[in-house]
Write a protein that binds this ligand. Structure first.
Ligand code: NAD
Length: 479
């Protein structure tokens, strides 16, 4: 049973929502399940609509002062980074318990949040003079939007929260943050830890079910919705934001292709391909979700990937030496099983895995699927789990066409012994990020977003910061 300053997991935690800088107790709670056991291990506060109103009002009130002092905001972001760094051993066990990922990955995620806060603390808000003559001085400046409603999914609750909180706050906005009901604990704890660091109301953290997210998107106070989650929910968010013309950034699902060119040495690339497909148990928006391999290399690549899958240690994320934890939640676990079954029924071969592991928890054996092609659900849809289809292709045009024949467009990669050749093919991918000889490299200064149905707008870098601002033209007539 995990124990920390936040109380004991295995019963009701003492974690509370943060509204107006204070703890906001709720009468109702909902269960949070530990995916490694499949049993409830904590109860989280269930926010009422009145409490959401209070959170929005406190954010609106805090906005009046917060927007005025850029220096104070930069200092606050640095202090937040220090809190994340100092709280690795506090937050990481919570994250592992609710999400399932190995503890060392959870620690890395918390340290990443510190990195993101430090990066944005130093990022300049652009201020451009576009005309300075006898007629006028014309400047273009960036203003904050107001209250931001931030909604996050269950795969990276800490990092994805930091991708929103750090730039939004630096730009002068205030926020109400809602994590996924599957992983509310780490975000609630972040709210608690930052109570002494941020002025009351600047960051409110609420928890509840999907309905709470819907209340947020239709609430009159927020001027921007920053959403990360599935395509289906992203469309609902866009619809709910439209009548009020709220700004939206949508970071949605992906079905990333990796195309291996005919000059690769399978043994030289499969470690990296495997890692980018199975990181976080495949539950990464921009994980490799389908691999295209030239017919001549098909057998060796499938064998090499299968070797890697067999070597992986799957288990409870709290155990030493575990590479992959459980799938995060029952619906997702059942979806992965359903997509794998569907592929096998259609003639695919599960070279490794192919089934859940018997016993408690949502453990699914790392699965390499061969003899599978486009038109199969696991190739066409986002599986978001530890199962990877490997698809043979005839020539590069064929591979690129099949890689692009999808509504998804988050990212993709091309692998070649000749990086120039690889990069030329990568540039033909219709997606937000096209890597050559790597995949899944995400950095604070690098914009990240999806083409097509994978998103609207970007996060990170100066471009992500601008998404939390509005342009204002300051025109001073001189004649
Ligand atoms: P989801 O869409 O089911 O839920 C995401 C969040 O939206 C949760 O907090 C949920 O409670 C909330 N929500 C649900 N219904 C809502 C509504 N009607 N209005 C407002 N909010 C609502 O997604 P998930 O299953 O938690 O996450 C997995 C998905 O997220 C995958 O598709 C994955 O690819 C995607 N994702 C994308 C990125 C990215 O940056 N592009 C990053 C991580 C995950």
């Amino acid at each position: 049973m995990a124990q920390g300053p936040w109380g004991t997991l295995g019963g009701v935690t003492e974690l509370t929502m943060t509204i107006g800088g204070d703890a906001a107790p709720t009468a109702a709670t909902f269960d949070v399940v530990n995916p490694a056991t499949g049993s409830p291990m904590a109860a989280a506060p269930d926010c009422t609509s009145e409490q959401l109103d209070a959170a929005m009002e406190s954010a609106a009130k805090a906005y009046r002062d917060w927007r005025t002092d850029e220096g104070a905001r930069r200092d606050a972001l640095r202090a937040m980074a220090d809190v994340f760094d100092a709280s690795v051993d506090d937050l990481a066990p919570l994250l592992t318990a609710e999400q399932g990922k190995p503890l060392r990955d959870a620690k890395r995620e918390v340290r990443g949040a510190a990195l993101w806060c430090r990066y944005f603390a130093d990022l300049e808000l652009p201020r451009e003079v576009i005309q300075d003559d006898e007629r006028a001085l014309v400047e273009v400046v960036r203003k904050p939007l107001g209250v931001v409603a931030a909604i996050t999914p269950w795969n990276f609750p800490v990092s994805l929260a930091s991708w929103k909180v750090a730039p939004a706050l630096l730009a002068g906005n205030t926020m109400v943050l809602k994590p996924s009901p599957f992983t509310p604990l780490s975000s609630l704890r972040i709210g608690e830890l930052l109570r002494g660091v941020l002025p009351p109301g600047v960051l409110n953290v609420v928890s509840g079910g999907d309905q709470l997210g819907a209340w947020m998107t239709s609430h009159p106070v927020p001027r921007k919705i920053s959403f990360t989650g599935s395509v289906a929910t992203g469309k609902k968010v866009a619809e709910a934001a439209a009548p009020d013309l709220k700004r939206v950034t949508l970071e949605l699902g992906g079905n990333d292709p990796a195309i291996l060119l005919d000059d690769i040495d399978p043994e030289a690339v499969v470690d990296r391909v495997f890692a980018a497909a199975f990181a976080n148990n495949g539950q990464v928006c921009s994980a490799i979700k389908r691999v295209y391999v030239p017919e001549a290399l098909y057998g060796p690549v499938v064998d090499a990937l299968a070797d890697r899958a067999r070597a992986v240690r799957v288990g409870d994320g709290t155990e030493e030496g575990v590479d992959l934890g459980p799938v995060n939640n029952r619906p997702q676990f059942e979806r992965v099983a359903e997509l794998v079954d569907d592929a096998v029924r259609g003639g695919a071969r599960a070279v490794t895995g192919g089934a859940p592991r018997p016993g408690d928890g949502y453990f699914f054996e790392p699965t390499i699927l061969a003899d599978v092609s486009d038109g199969t659900r696991i190739v066409d849809e986002e599986q978001f789990g530890p199962a990877l289809p490997v698809i043979a292709y005839r020539d590069i045009d064929d591979a690129v066409e099949r890689a692009n024949a999808t509504h998804f467009g988050l990212s993709g990669s091309v692998w070649s012994a000749d990086p120039e050749r690889g990069a030329e093919v990568a540039a033909r991918l219709e997606c937000g990020t096209a890597w050559t000889n790597t995949h899944l490299v995400l950095q604070p200064h690098q914009p990240f977003g999806g083409a097509k149905w994978s998103g609207l707008g970007v996060e990170n870098g100066p471009w992500g910061l601008l998404g939390f601002t509005e342009i204002q033209v300051l025109f001073q007539a001189r004649a």
